[in-house]
Design a protein around this ligand. Structure first.
Ligand code: PGA
Length: 227
């Protein structure tokens, strides 16, 4: 019966997500799309600034992000942990040792571009601790950071999901050429939320997808999120 009803839902579903969410939102869309063949889905991926701009303009039915803006009329539902880890090239001299953040002051840090939520989270946290990293370079994507770190250009704070596949996917290994450093106080515990404009009605498809996300959260928590 439910399958029949789902099959009757028609319309479009526009989802925006920050770049860290591109590693798992498609997995969550998959079964939803299969169960709702009448719903046409558009999935946009941007950095935090880009997603906030889309929310301002009311382009999407919902957005998946870590730090929803406080100055927009949004409802939110937190749904997955997003641990942020310090990564270094495999075989880094500090790999495997227990470290304090202060011992990483002399390292070259690679940061995401201005406008990135990952960068904002890193900067806020470092500022709270009075830690001043030596920033060597900004890079415009998680993948560019991973490659630059693997190539030995520096270390970085990145969402764990960019470095390790979520539970249920392949092996529990860290992406090639990378290592997660054991830094006290890390992983930084952050969360993704799904947010939507409170001042606009949710479509049936959007409501269904939000329910689908909350049902999926326990199953698909990224590795390390449930430590
Ligand atoms: P980013 O955002 O893709 O802009 O780094 C991550 C986030 O805000 O969760």
């Amino acid at each position: 019966r439910l399958a029949e009803l789902n099959g009757l839902v028609r319309g479009s579903l526009r989802i925006a997500a920050v770049t860290t969410a591109e590693y798992f939102v498609p997995d969550l869309i998959g079964p939803f799309a299969a169960a709702h063949p009448g719903v046409e889905i558009e999935f946009a991926v941007e950095n935090r600034d880009g997603v906030v701009a889309r929310l301002q303009r009311g382009i999407d039915d919902m957005a998946v992000m870590m730090m929803p803006p406080e100055d927009l009329p949004l409802d939110r539902q937190p749904f997955l942990d997003n641990p942020l880890v310090v990564i270094a090239p495999a075989g880094h001299r500090l790999a495997g040792r227990r470290l304090r953040l202060s011992s990483l002051a002399g390292e070259r840090w690679l940061m995401r571009e201005p406008g990135s939520g990952t960068r904002m989270a890193a900067e806020r946290h470092f500022a709270e601790l009075g830690f001043e990293p030596k920033v060597a370079m900004s890079l415009g994507s998680n993948e560019a950071i991973k490659h630059a770190v693997a190539a030995g250009l520096g270390i970085a704070l990145l969402s764990m999901v960019a470095v390790r596949p979520p539970v249920g996917r392949a092996a529990a290994t860290t992406a090639e050429g990378l290592e997660i450093l054991k830094v006290s106080g890390f992983p930084l515990r952050r969360r993704w939320s799904v947010v939507w404009r409170r001042d606009r009605p949710l479509t049936i498809a959007a409501r269904r997808f939000i329910e689908h996300l909350s049902a999926a959260r326990e199953l698909r928590a990224p590795r390390g999120a449930r430590a």
